[in-house]
Every structure is written in structure tokens, then in C-alpha cells.
Design a protein around this ligand. Structure first.
Ligand code: ADP
Ligand code: MG
Length: 323
């Protein structure tokens, strides 16, 4: 980057988000200096979006700024952590001021909403690639880990599943959702990290994962790491109207169960907390649905409304498929 290019980037990224008192030194030095509150541990996660792999070339930069941060915040929500700091590594083919202004505005709006501060990053020239690292705090011993699920625990999911997957299917021209396309597209382009949901119920849960690769794949990670199985009741899977219509018309459950990009939470909750979590869910702006439970075993079994087992294609997006 030339000096003037760096100044331009500095203009957009030197003071992004809120000013936090736990940031002793932010953007501008060799390192940021950060203070983790006493009794809390640092939860750290990074995600990379590559043009042509994770998003289409020419996608709206404002939405891209939102999504790049949202998918990371979703990981903090799934860990039961409170968002605090961000670092951002940007690889840009060229310095395009309009693009930078729009990208940083989508990114900054979400950062402000969740009280985050951008504390550093890196800027290089190359194929458009965005790496965002988030840092959050979680009380020591209270993180929602994937390896703590026990037979008998209840499985809840937030919001509705399959909306982003249906938008992607429509984008590929494989299905026409009619007038619902715009609402579905928002679910794909501007996922809403379920931070508030996580903060409201995390003390009742022992584990969680965010659904980025599809419910079966992501719940599968919990089952694998906890060495358990699960039973899912398909009639309890929360569906928006357009996804319900799709499932009924096409007799196809892969969109709500195996398509990714919804970024809803899948929570593991000991059965003794059922009444409490359902009472708290009443006050949330996004619903929580009880979809099944953890069992002894190592498979996820899906039952229809008659209790008959249904086979679903596994799905989930794998960047390095082994076959
Ligand atoms: P260094 O040579 O020490 O890596 P840089 O020139 O890459 O320093 O960055 C200078 C300062 O600007 C550092 O504090 C760095 O964290 C920050 N920075 C660089 N790029 C970004 C970015 N895209 N977003 C936020 N901060 C950035
Ligand atoms: Mg650098």
C-alpha cells in the first residue's frame, strides 16, 4: 500500500465502533493493549470471507461489511460470550473509496450496536479477502462448549431455519419463492447475530453452536464432541411461511436441516431448566423452539409427526471434501 492509500484506509478503520475503557491502546501502534476483566476469560474467534468462495463478486459492500462481522459475533453468541474487540485483516485488489465507505459503514453499524471497538488489523493488496477476528468475555467456567451435552438434555433452536438456504436456492434459479424472495434474501445477506438471545438464556444452557453449516452438521459437531446422539422431531423445527411451503411442495427437508447460513443458535439445555427457559423465551424478540433431545448413541435421528424415522441428506458445506 502506498502512503496515500494507507491514509485512506486509516480514515475508515482507525476509529471504528465505540470507545471502550478496556482498550488501553487501539489502532496505530505495533500492537493493541487490552484489559480482560477480572474473573472473565477471553473468547476468540476468526472467520475469513473470500470473494468467489463465500460471497459473489460485486456483492453490495455495505451488506458484506455487516455479514463479515455478524458471522463472527454469531460465534461469540454460541460460546455465551459478550462482544468486546475486533481486529480486521483486509486484502483488497485496489483501493476503491466508494467500496471502503460502504463496507466500513455496514461493519461499523453492527460494531456500535454491540458495543465493539476495532483495535487493529492489517491491510494488504491481493484478491478480495476479509478476515475478522472477534474477542469477547465469558465468566470463567461458564462458556457454552460443544463437549458437554448429556443424554436427556433438551435441544432448542432460535428463530427459523432454512430461510438463507432457500434464498440461495432461489439465487441459483432452482426455486421461485415469489413475493417472499426479498425477506429470504435479507436472511442470507444480513444475518442477525443472536447475542441478545444468548445473553438472556446462557446461564440455563450447558452447550451451544451457531448454525452456519446446517442444523444436522452443526448439531453433529456437538454430538461428536460430547459422544452422544440426538432425536429431532421434524414437526417442531421452526419454519417461516415460505420455507414451510417449500418443504410441503417439494417434500424436501434438506433446506431447513442441511442448508447453512442461518446463523441461528442451537442450545443444549438440561431438562430441569425447561420451564425457566420457555418462560424467558416469551420475553425475547426471537423465538426459541424445543426441537428434540440428546440421547445415548452416536447418530442424529429425525422423526416425522407420526414418529417415523426420515432419512435426510447430510449436507453442510465442506471446503476440503475427502472423496
Ligand atoms: P505493522 O507494520 O506494525 O503491521 P501496519 O502498517 O500494518 O503496522 O498497521 C498500522 C496500524 O494500523 C496498526 O495498529 C494496525 O493494527 C492498524 N491497521 C492496519 N490495517 C488495519 C485495518 N484494516 N483495520 C484496523 N486497523 C488496521
Ligand atoms: Mg501490518
Amino acid at each position: 500500500m502506498s502512503g496515500s492509500e494507507f491514509q485512506l484506509i486509516n480514515h475508515y478503520f482507525s476509529r471504528l465502533g465505540v470507545d471502550r475503557t478496556d482498550v488501553l491502546l487501539g489502532v496505530g501502534d505495533d500492537c493493541a493493549l487490552l484489559q480482560v476483566p477480572e474473573g472473565q476469560v477471553l473468547a476468540v474467534s476468526i472467520d475469513t470471507l473470500v470473494e468467489g468462495v463465500h460471497f459473489f463478486p460485486g456483492v453490495d459492500p455495505e451488506s458484506l461489511g455487516h455479514k463479515a462481522l455478524a458471522v463472527n459475533l454469531s460465534d461469540l453468541a454460541a460460546m455465551g460470550a459478550d462482544p468486546a474487540w475486533i481486529t480486521l485483516a483486509l486484502t483488497l485488489p485496489r483501493v476503491d473509496e466508494q467500496w471502503l465507505a460502504a463496507f466500513s459503514s455496514g461493519f461499523a453499524a453492527l460494531a456500535k450496536r454491540f458495543q465493539l471497538q476495532l483495535v487493529g488489523g492489517d491491510t494488504t493488496r491481493g484478491p478480495l479477502t476479509i478476515s475478522v477476528q472477534v474477542h469477547g468475555f465469558v465468566a470463567s467456567g461458564k462458556a457454552l462448549r460443544r463437549d458437554r451435552a448429556k443424554p436427556g438434555d433438551l435441544i432448542y433452536v432460535s428463530g427459523t431455519l432454512g430461510d438463507a438456504g432457500l434464498a440461495l436456492l432461489a439465487q441459483k434459479g432452482a426455486y421461485d419463492p415469489g413475493a417472499d424472495l426479498a425477506a429470504l434474501q435479507i436472511r442470507l445477506d444480513r444475518p442477525e447475530p443472536r447475542i441478545g438471545t444468548s445473553q438472556s438464556v446462557r446461564d440455563l444452557a450447558t452447550g451451544a453452536i451457531d448454525i452456519s453449516d446446517g442444523l444436522l452438521a452443526d448439531l453433529g459437531h456437538i454430538c461428536e464432541q460430547s459422544r452422544v446422539g440426538a432425536v429431532i422431531n421434524l414437526s417442531n423445527i421452526p419454519l417461516s411461511d415460505p420455507v414451510r411451503v417449500y418443504v410441503e411442495k417439494q417434500q424436501d427437508w434438506t433446506i431447513p436441516l442441511s442448508a447453512g447460513d442461518d446463523y441461528e443458535l442451537c442450545l443444549i439445555v438440561p431438562a430441569r431448566h425447561q420451564a425457566e427457559i420457555e418462560a424467558r423465551a416469551q420475553g425475547l424478540d426471537v423465538g426459541l423452539s424445543l426441537i428434540g433431545q440428546i440421547e445415548v448413541g452416536e447418530t442424529i435421528c429425525c422423526l416425522d409427526e407420526n414418529g417415523t424415522q426420515i432419512q435426510i441428506g447430510s449436507g453442510g458445506y465442506d471446503h476440503f471434501p475427502s472423496s
